[in-house]
Design a protein around this ligand. Structure first.
Ligand code: SF4
Ligand code: SF4
Length: 355
């Protein structure tokens, strides 16, 4: 049992965090068999060659490779060839230990138990941990049909441009909707890029797709009322999710937990041209994922603090009364994923110092 506690400690030291909880220990017991967790605690978040792990563990390279491969196949470890030899690293809780095993698909009862445990862990401890990140881990990219013409549109605001700027694209099923099952929105809309895309496709958790297919996924997601969210950095996305607010572990920080700033808003908010609005309620009842619009006295009203700037209300407004307008309080996201992590770590450290 002490190996599972140790693994929890190592995962908890990652900037994403892994707060202590009985449910998380049970999750680790499903994802790492006893003979595997002994090796997992010898790893960290940098790729380590199998031979090095075998030497540390005092076992044969063949034995180490077999156990490491089993964990990687289950989506519990990252794996990549380095200088012709397989190397492995631990995965943080997000993106990683939560998502990948659901993308893989387990046998029915094991998957159901894992889903129940993740739900309990998320509600009890992990949601607060995710919401504490400053700046937020994830950022909203507006629906492209809603992007206004009158402003200069920056490349990182345009989902299709961000996808086109990546190399390899892979498509997987959405782990949040698989595990929560709170709606029947499309499952096959989860995009990952480059290294993550290759790992996920190598292990049968995703399939490599063309840029054209990826752009069609974005369009399909917008039509289905799903919000584009990606890593909160400007230069190179590592994933792009298409999220509903009833299942997504990030949008639910807003809708279920009331952390209104836990997902970075896009640089826009909804703007309502009141004389054009007929009060039909489509925006409020069918499209807005976070309850930012209400209809009062026959006119749509916006709660600007709640609006995430997803643009889903714009394309379906029958009178064209809805549009996106630039936010005054908008801040450019960090440039790279490493810059984002650095800022989150630094702000966490400052918070700990000031108590
Ligand atoms: S969908 Fe358009 S017309 Fe209908 S309530 Fe919303 S803003 Fe008004
Ligand atoms: S009002 Fe709702 S649907 Fe419209 S942009 Fe804001 S969050 Fe998105």
């Amino acid at each position: 049992m002490h190996h599972y506690h140790r693994l929890r400690e190592i995962l908890g030291a990652h900037p994403v965090g892994a707060p202590e909880s009985e449910e998380f220990l049970e999750i680790l017991k499903i994802l790492f068999r006893p003979e595997e967790v002994e090796l997992a605690v010898l790893l960290d978040f940098k790729l380590r060659k199998a031979g090095e792990v075998a030497q540390k563990a005092g076992i044969s390279p063949e034995d180490a490779l077999k156990r490491l491969e089993a964990m990687a196949d289950r989506g519990a470890l990252l794996a990549k060839k380095v200088d012709g030899e397989m190397a492995y690293a631990l995965l943080p809780n997000y993106p990683g230990l939560f998502e990948y095993p659901f993308m893989k698909g387990m046998d029915g009862p094991a998957q159901e138990r894992l889903a129940r445990l993740w739900h309990a862990y998320y509600m009890k401890a992990m949601a607060a941990e995710l919401a504490s990140a400053s700046p937020p881990w994830n950022r909203v990219l507006p629906a492209e049909g809603a992007l206004p013409q009158e402003y200069e549109i920056l490349p990182y605001e345009v989902a299709s441009r961000m996808v086109a700027g990546t190399g390899t694209v892979a498509l997987a099923n959405c782990p949040c909707r698989i595990s929560s099952g709170n709606c029947d929105k499309p499952l096959d809309v989860c995009l990952s890029f480059d290294g993550a895309a290759r790992f996920l496709s190598d292990r049968g958790m995703a399939r490599i797709i063309s840029l054209e297919e990826a752009l069609a996924v974005l369009k399909r997601a917008e039509e289905a009322g799903l919000v584009h969210t990606g890593s909160n950095n400007a230069e190179r996305l590592i994933f792009l999710c298409n999220c509903c607010s009833c299942c997504c572990h990030f949008l639910r920080l807003i809708t279920d937990h009331g952390y209104l700033g836990a997902v970075a808003k896009s640089s826009y908010r909804a703007g309502i041209n009141e004389p054009e609005c007929t009060g039909c309620g489509v925006c409020a009842e069918e499209r807005c994922p976070v309850g930012a619009v209400t209809v009062e006295e026959g006119t749509a009203r916006l709660n600007a603090e709640r609006c995430i700037g997803c643009g889903l209300c714009v394309s379906t407004c029958p009178t064209g009364a809805m549009s996106l307008v630039k936010r005054d309080d908008y801040r450019r996201p960090p440039a790279t994923p490493a810059d984002l992590v650095g800022m989150i770590v630094e702000n966490k450290r400052k918070k700990q110092v000031t108590g």
